[in-house]
Ligand binder design. Sequence first.
Ligand code: FE2
Length: 177
Amino acid sequence: MPEAPTTEPWAGTPPVPHALRPGAMPEAYMAKIAEGDERYWVPIVENVSSKPVWISPTLNMWADVLMATKPCIVNRHYHPKPIWAYTISGKWAYLEHEWTATAGDFIFEAPGESHTLVAYEHEDPMKVFFVVSGPLMWLNENGESVGHFDVFDYMELARTHYDAVGIGADYVDTLIR
Ligand SMILES: [Fe+2]
């Protein structure tokens, strides 16, 4: 049961019985995903890290909070699959587009797009909630593919990091749905 109602008009309403179908996986809940213990951010490159909040090996997808603590080129890549983004704090952009995103801004990246993600100088770190479909194809400055990164690379990186910081590699398993 969630928190008990007080004056809410739905007080007394029962939950749906048998809410979870046999074989269905339980929901994933994580409080205050952009805050807390810094060990949960997995380093990607210098000043850039990612806190996974949901991982799906079967869909080759994940959701994370991507953080850049200093202005930098976060990375340059091509997407064969779609991406959704919601800006929590800081300022960021793709060099290939007209807009500059700050807190509250939403972006959908259509499949078939290459871009260079940059973080700006700002009083707050860049924190963006991303729902990512793998793979990302890393690009050089000419837009040529020089490598790839998918959910399996992400899980390996996260397991190694969580093991090293004392959280334990198995923490990754709790994020998988
Ligand atoms: Fe992207």
